[in-house]
Design a protein around this ligand. Structure first.
Ligand code: ACM
Length: 514
């Protein structure tokens, strides 16, 4: 089979991410009034999705008992096929999808949806595709704390992610400005911690455990796993407003109403803090089946710990040296707790400031040099360097070509520790209605970068042309995409923060600068 470039011609719509191998033939498949199908059990979620899509277009979707009697077949690929790989053969009279597991079937169905010709009812071009991703972790962080994001917007986002074959939603659920996750054992976390008053207006919200289960199932049906982020030891103001005894200072805190880093940390000298966090994490593990749980660990100011006699006692008793040692103790203690429960902790790259456990994955967000440091120390990493991956930053600072230039493996010959990358959508500077503007089309570049891997990526100018055509399609489907390149619009009209989110001085203990 030959590989083709992105210009498939009018007979075959452009795809993002570009499949590894795609061969376009002559003719088209037309489903007619009812499409018969046969599906292997692993293909059931993907088959349901396709059936719903057809039903919305007035086309019946009828399961048959014999594969030979079906015009569309979703069949099990040979053992040993990677779980996300798929094969798609569209002929004029049949469609055959092959995959070994639910994620592969999911990707195949997303490719089918993207290939649908919409000129005269539903039809598909005759093509053969063989496809599989380069990176295992293709993620997007959504910050539901600074701006509370509605369930409807999250479900819509999950559909958009699935269309781009992104497979990890990193969900930032707790921070200074809001605690968004219902925890039955600690009801004040959401009674108090989910709400703030800004300019006289009460704002906020939270997800009930029923909401979470619904969102997790919706994501799973699309091949997406959700990693919750429960921030510690800093970024804890909302939790401490609800349960002040867990903090370091006297006095009552209120949920944060300004952006920036707050000084309020959990009291690392108090064992009740660890009991609380373990209780919370037990409920988190019940709700989120994905093995990875993010502990934050970024931007933890140390002033309160310096002034706390209990923290100083812990530092002396455990021979931790200083407050940075105390942060490492804190994260190690929780990461080992998760490990004992069969889960893996993830932490932002500040975890490298001390002798951190190997039972942790490092998410690199500052300079790319951090990636090399983490790999050299033997950690598995998720790459999200801000100059390529921070989509809260305006397109005038980080445009599509900056995202496309991102190489999570840093050109290293051995980058097996790099499990993938993520874009981040922090929400200090955007409203829910602006999510499309910030994410698209830049998320196209991230999805393609992570799917193709560095060796298989197309030339930037060809990708830009393809992304423009796909953006036009998404816009006509109701997606309010923002500008693509920094020259596409006046900088002042571009939404989002106008700087590169440089980490504040004094936080960096690994000698890399901000
Ligand atoms: C971060 O942006 N503080 C991870």
């Amino acid at each position: 089979m030959s590989s083709v470039g992105s210009d498939h011609g009018p007979a075959c719509p452009d795809l993002i991410p570009q499949p590894r191998r795609l061969q376009v033939g002559a003719g088209r498949f037309v489903p007619g009034k009812t499409l018969t199908f046969w599906a292997a059990p692993e293909a059931d979620p993907a088959a349901r999705l396709l059936g719903d899509w057809l039903a919305a277009r007035g086309i019946g979707w009828q399961r048959v008992d014999q594969p030979d009697a079906a015009r569309l077949r979703l069949v099990a690929a040979p053992a040993g096929t990677a779980s996300e790989a798929y094969r798609l053969a569209i002929q004029a009279d049949s469609i055959v999808v092959g995959a070994a597991a639910a994620p592969g079937f999911s990707h195949a169905v997303q490719t089918l949806l993207a290939l649908a010709l919409d000129d005269a009812g539903v039809a598909w071009p005759v093509v053969t595709i063989e496809d599989a991703p380069h990176f295992e972790w293709r993620g997007l962080l959504l910050d539901s704390c600074r701006t509370f994001i509605s369930k409807a917007a999250i479900l819509r986002l999950l559909d958009q992610m699935a269309a781009l074959k992104l497979n990890r939603l990193h969900w930032h659920l707790t921070d200074d400005q809001g605690w968004r996750l219902e925890i039955k054992r600690y009801p004040k976390l959401t009674e108090i911690g989910a709400w703030r008053v800004r300019d006289g207006v009460r704002e906020g919200g939270f997800y009930t455990q029923a909401d979470i289960r619904e969102i997790v199932a919706f994501a799973a049906a699309r091949g997406i796993a959700i990693m919750p982020e429960i921030e510690m030891p800093g970024h804890a103001t909302a939790a401490l407003a609800a349960y002040p005894d867990l903090g370091c200072g006297p006095g009552q805190l209120s949920v944060g109403t300004a952006w920036g880093i707050y000084p309020n940390n959990y009291n690392a000298g108090d064992d009740r803090v660890f009991t609380f966090l373990e209780d919370v994490l037990h409920e988190v593990m019940e709700l989120f089946p994905f093995p990875y749980i993010h502990l934050g660990a970024d931007e933890c100011l140390k002033d309160q710990w310096k002034a706390s006699s209990e923290c100083q006692r812990r530092i002396a008793a455990e021979k931790l040296g200083d407050e940075h040692g105390l942060q490492t103790y804190f994260i190690n203690r929780i990461a080992e707790f998760l490990h004992r429960h069969g889960r893996t902790a993830v932490g932002w790259d500040e975890v490298l400031e001390g002798p951190i456990t190997k039972h942790i994955v490092v998410q690199c967000w500052r300079d790319e040099a951090v990636i090399k440091v983490a790999l050299a120390r033997g950690y598995r990493i998720i790459a999200a360097p801000r100059r390529h991956c921070y989509f809260d930053i305006a397109v005038s600072q980080v445009d599509l070509t900056d995202v496309y230039a991102f190489d999570p493996s840093m050109g290293l010959a051995d980058a097996t520790g790099v499990i993938g990358g993520e874009a981040t959508l922090w929400t200090e500077h955007i409203a829910e209605s602006e999510m499309d503007h910030m994410l698209f089309p830049r998320l196209f570049a991230l999805a393609e970068t992570l799917w193709a891997g560095p060796a298989a990526k197309e030339a930037t100018d060809r990708f830009v042309q393809r992304a423009r055509r796909v953006t036009a399609r998404w816009r006509s489907a109701g997606v309010n995409a923002g500008p693509m390149l920094r020259d596409d619009a006046p900088a002042e009209t571009m939404k989002g923060r106008k700087d590169l989110h440089v980490p504040p001085a004094g936080l960096d203990q690994i000698g890399l600068g901000g």
